[in-house]
Design a protein around this ligand. Structure first.
Ligand code: AHR
Length: 643
């Protein structure tokens, strides 16, 4: 590795980093690092939510059965069509009708789903299918349920439903693969070997999930998220909370219960959400990561600019938020607490923060102050212990902010180029009013080119995940937030997830990339991981005279005495940093350094997932004054033990 410790007196240091360890400058927020999430870039459907069937409820397109195609072996005959005359129930109002005209043993006919850019097949894996189906006449069956290759020539796994009834029934089929070669290009097929008519009401297929939860989450992505050590999960958005219109907001009550009762809804990012990720799934997700939920409630403003007037018009939405909070933390003798118990989780969840709306500075009519006040008063009256977050921070004009009440916390969003973060991070947080409100940086991320904003079409022509240059911007901003974490209590990168297939994404950069079968971490992911897994509870004051050369922060674990120094060298040459730790007698001579380094354009991808990786090295001959040579474009975490 490049970094090395040298005795201070023998080397010219072109930068310095002085740490005052005599006393803590403040407490590091225990909830500083968290995750932000929403349905964007196929983050849930075709992403974290492990469902493999795209358009499982036949509602994604009103004209044709999107993602479904006919299977016709050896010239067998079949037609498929959307059918609104034979709905499964009052939520799933469209079924798929299969007219098998001509089929026989060895010449099956049916229908196949192509998944989210392919159905993934792994060897020796068990998949669970659930199929809601009815037949026009008795004695129809068996129906073969299988995972097959794109051309149908290979069957990876198969099972059967022996006999179909003329009423709607739910059938479960377990499919097990043998020692097959993995592929991301398979299809899921339902076929008959006799003529007849059947209707499909819903079709679902799950691979193994994290913690084996039914209707659960993808294992590889969950492992990556858990390894970020998040303390909170902000959900369900983002714009996804608000919707493009009032009617397409995230309606949590419609996301509870069995999946065949969830109609799904249009998401603001251009596709339909299955609502498989419902409120309970978000809560389980938080719990499974050891993170607390940070619940955003709809506050009467949608992206079309329309708002609900504060007063009686807004009252039902305030009540809806109260019901939602009751679902999350209410006693089981309350209506919604009882519903939570019925849904399998009698214990209340660990909720402390509720965010009222999202980015309400877009509301040009400036109605947020009044809307926030109505929510604030109602929620505080019932749940005084909850901290309520305003979506308009001090980064927005004074006239936009909430004045009628003092929010507990303000949410600020920063999507900046690396060069902008290098500038902003030098002062960010320094002049914040320590008497509050506290600050939540609920969305932030660095991008490389200031001329290409993350939401612009040009961004979608760039690689989906950030480069090392962006990670440098991320790291300096995280260092600034950590230096000021006495008042900046929480922050989270956004967006979190991206399906890298063409057409799947609306925004870049995104932290974690994947296709249907494999996934990878970006340099920014590793930068966040280095920070979030190595943070003490005491902020140490630092002086960094040449902030144009390096930036950083330092914290200490008060129990173990371990000091965490985080340094960022944005320059393109080696930089010798004279590090001084003042106010302690000595440091253990052995320490650890973790370094993330690369050329500005270096990045990871599906095909090259390990191009940029953190490297751990030992530090020797550490003293309270030593010089460390940082490689160009590097982020370094040092762990030193005070004695
Ligand atoms: O993170 C992407 C989007 O950026 C969020 O949905 C929205 O809150 C912000 O504008």
């Amino acid at each position: 590795m490049f970094g090395s410790v040298l005795l201070a007196s023998h080397l010219y240091a072109n930068s310095a980093f002085i740490i005052d360890a005599s006393r803590p400058a403040g407490k590091v927020s225990p909830t500083l690092y968290g995750l932000m999430t929403e349905e964007i870039n196929h983050g849930y459907d075709g992403g974290l939510y492990a469902e493999l069937i795209q358009n499982r409820a036949f509602k994604d397109d009103t004209k044709s059965p999107a993602h479904w195609s006919v299977v016709s072996e050896n010239g067998s005959g079949v037609t498929i069509a959307l059918d609104r005359e034979n709905p499964l129930n009052d939520q799933l109002t469209t079924s798929l009708r299969l007219n098998v005209l001509d089929a026989s043993k060895g010449s099956a006919a049916g229908v196949a789903n192509d998944g989210y850019w392919g159905i993934p097949v792994q060897p020796k894996t068990t998949y669970h299918a659930a199929i809601w189906v009815k037949a026009a006449a008795n004695a129809l069956g068996p129906m073969t349920v299988s995972i097959i290759s794109e051309d149908g020539s290979t069957v990876y796994a198969a099972g059967k439903i022996s006999r179909l009834g003329t009423n709607w029934n739910r059938y479960e089929v377990t499919l097990k693969t043998g020692s097959v070669t993995p592929t991301d290009r398979a299809k899921f097929a339902l076929t008959l070997e006799q003529a007849g008519t059947v209707w499909l009401g819903m079709v679902s297929l799950f691979p193994p999930t994290w913690n084996d939860r039914p209707n659960g989450l993808r294992k590889d992505l969950m492992r990556m998220l858990v390894e970020l050590n998040p303390k909170f999960l902000r959900f369900p958005g983002g714009n996804y909370l608000e919707g493009n219109t009032l009617d397409s907001r995230f309606e949590w009550k419609k996301t509870l219960g069995p999946i065949e009762q969830r109609a799904g809804h249009q998401c603001p990012w251009g596709y339909r959400s299955s609502d498989g990720m419902g409120l309970m799934e978000f809560l389980h997700w938080s719990e499974d990561m050891g993170a607390e939920p940070l619940l955003a409630v709809y506050a009467g403003y949608s992206l079309d600019g329309k708002y609900v007037n504060a007063g009686p018009d807004l009252a039902p939405y305030v009540q809806d938020a109260l019901d939602e909070i009751e679902y999350v933390i209410g006693n089981t003798n309350t209506t919604w607490g009882a519903q939570r118990a019925k849904d399998g989780h009698p214990a209340p969840f660990n909720l402390h923060y509720v965010e009222i709306g999202n980015e309400d500075w877009f509301d040009k009519a400036k109605t947020y102050d009044a809307r926030f006040t109505q929510f604030y008063d109602a929620i505080k009256a019932k749940y005084p212990q909850l901290k309520l977050i305003s979506t308009i921070g001090n980064d927005q004009p004074e006239g936009m902010r909430v004045h009628s009440r003092k929010p507990d916390m303000l949410d600020e969003h920063y999507y900046n180029a690396t060069d902008e973060f290098l500038e902003k991070s030098r002062t960010y947080g320094k002049n914040m009013d320590r008497s509050g409100p506290e600050i939540f940086v609920g969305e932030w991320a660095a991008h490389e080119d200031p001329a290409i904003k993350p939401w612009e079409p040009a961004a979608r022509k760039q690689p989906p995940t950030p480069t090392m240059k962006a990670a440098i911007g991320d790291a300096v901003f995280m260092a600034a937030m950590e230096r000021n974490s006495d008042i900046i209590k929480m922050h989270c990168y956004a967006p979190l997830l991206v399906n890298v297939n063409p057409g799947a994404r609306q925004w870049r950069p995104d932290l974690i990339g994947y296709n249907t079968i494999t996934s990878y971490d970006s340099p920014s992911y590793y930068a966040i991981q280095m920070f979030s897994r190595n943070v003490g509870d005491e902020i140490l004051n630092v002086v960094c005279p040449e902030e144009k050369v390096i930036q950083g922060c330092a914290t200490r674990d008060s129990k173990t005495g371990e000091i965490y120094i985080k340094l960022v060298n944005p320059g393109t040459t080696n930089t010798a940093v004279k590090i001084e730790v003042k106010g302690i007698a000595s440091l253990a001579s052995n320490g650890t350094a973790i370094t993330l380094q690369g050329s500005p354009e270096d990045t990871n991808s599906i095909n090259h997932p390990q191009n940029v990786l953190p490297v751990t090295t030992k530090l020797r001959k550490v003293k309270t004054e030593f010089t460390y040579t940082m490689p160009p474009q590097s982020i370094v975490l040092m762990k030193l033990k005070s004695r």
